[in-house]
Design a protein. Structure first.
Length: 102
C-alpha cells in the first residue's frame, strides 16, 4: 500500500481586508480565491491583459506561463498576476477583492 499523496497548501492573505484562503500547489491564486468565494479583478486569465495585477509584499510564487505580461521592474517591485501565479509559500497580496459567498 502506497502512502497518500499530500498536496502542499499555502495560505493567501488579502490586505487590507485581512481575508485568508487556502491555495493548493498547482492552483493559480485567482482560481483558489474563486474557490474560497472571493472575486479578484480579472479578464483574460492567461497573463496578458494585466487586469488582475496586484502587489505581493510577502511570499513566493511561480508562473504557469513563460512570459506573463509583467515587466522586470514590476517583478522587482513585488507585483504579480494572480491569474497565472501559483503560490510556493504563504503569500500576502494587496488587491481589490469582493466576497461572493461560500
Amino acid at each position: 500500500m502506497s502512502a497518500p499523496l499530500i498536496i502542499p497548501t499555502f495560505t493567501v492573505t488579502i490586505v487590507p481586508q485581512g481575508w485568508q484562503f487556502p491555495a493548493e500547489a498547482g492552483t493559480t491564486v485567482l482560481a483558489a480565491a474563486e474557490l474560497a468565494g472571493i472575486r479578484l479583478l480579472s479578464s483574460c486569465r492567461n497573463g496578458t491583459c494585466r487586469t488582475c495585477l496586484c502587489h505581493m509584499p510577502e511570499g513566493k510564487i511561480r508562473y504557469m506561463v513563460d512570459w506573463p505580461g509583467i515587466s522586470p521592474d514590476e517583478r522587482l517591485d513585488g507585483y504579480i498576476l494572480p491569474c497565472v501565479a501559483v503560490a510556493e509559500s504563504d503569500i500576502t497580496i494587496q488587491a481589490r477583492a469582493v466576497r461572493t459567498g461560500n
